[in-house]
Design a protein. Structure first.
Length: 274
């Protein structure tokens, strides 16, 4: 991706946020043994283009991270999630929080202020820390994460095994959930996937009581995750992301549901008029 491409994508994404065209779809995190049990649903950023087409975060998030604007997206999605939680039933949500939010005192203060204002909803929100930069290893970050947990939020380390988190890093902080990157479940050779996934789950279990294996798309991968000792899984096998993103406000509870979750009563949301 060239500098000009990054700059153009960033301008497009920031404008979409200002115009209320960035929202989220939901994908469930399911119990590995009782598939109908939903632990929470992760908010996956979506951008509605001016022609009405919707694109996934993978098409604009890397540019926001490279330019340092990812925290702005995080706070935007958090605002939508808090609005949804304030108007919904008991369904918990999960939101990504880039490690760039911890890169300066000002950014930490902005994130903490937002979380503190909405602390009444803390038990229903999981904050998934994504590592686009190794700032999580900086002095004071572990204490800041504990301050967030003290508000009542659960904290997860996302994409474990492929980010910047070393064993030393994750053992230096207290978190509630480890999400193991899809790479380990999707290895093409069964023997390698089995061995590596067992090692990753074993290591993660020393840090957190809840272990989620991401990228579960086949029953074979589900069996591997269960055998490795994971407590939960996430992926297209059990839950496709909802098709109609939340942009602002709350859709009617009788809205559509995602394909694989149709029998589980997980709502799909629609954009409300201004």
């Amino acid at each position: 991706m060239s500098f000009d491409d990054v700059d153009s994508i960033v301008r497009t994404a920031l404008q979409a946020m200002r115009q209320g065209r960035i929202g989220f779809s939901l994908q469930q995190v399911n119990c590995v043994n009782e598939h109908h049990e939903v632990f929470y649903s992760e908010c996956l950023a979506r951008l509605e283009q001016l022609d009405g087409t919707v694109i996934t975060a993978g098409e604009f998030l890397p540019a926001l991270e490279a330019s340092g604007h990812a925290p702005e997206l995080d706070r935007h999605i958090l605002n939508l999630a808090f609005e949804w939680l304030s108007n919904s039933g008991s369904v918990p949500l999960g939101c990504n929080v880039s490690s760039l939010n911890f890169s300066s005192r000002e950014r930490r203060a902005m994130l903490f202020d937002q979380l503190h204002r909405n602390r009444s909803l803390a038990p229903r929100l999981v904050l998934e820390i994504t590592e686009s930069a190794p700032v999580i290893q900086q002095f004071g970050v572990a204490e800041f994460i504990q301050d967030i947990r003290n508000l009542g939020y659960r904290v997860a380390i996302d994409d474990f095994g492929t980010g910047y988190s070393s064993p030393e890093t994750i053992f230096s902080m207290a978190v509630d959930i480890i999400k193991i990157d899809a790479f380990f479940a999707q290895l093409s050779r069964r023997c390698e996937a089995d061995r590596l996934l067992h090692h990753m789950v074993g290591l993660a279990s020393c840090v957190a009581p809840t272990i989620v294996v991401e990228g579960i798309e086949t029953y074979e991968q589900l069996t591997l995750a269960r055998a490795a000792g994971a407590t939960h899984v996430q992926g297209y096998l059990l839950s496709e992301p909802t098709l109609c993103p939340v942009f602002r406000g709350l859709a009617h509870p009788a809205a559509l549901v995602s394909t694989t979750a149709r029998g589980l009563g997980v709502p799909c949301f629609t954009k409300l008029s201004a």
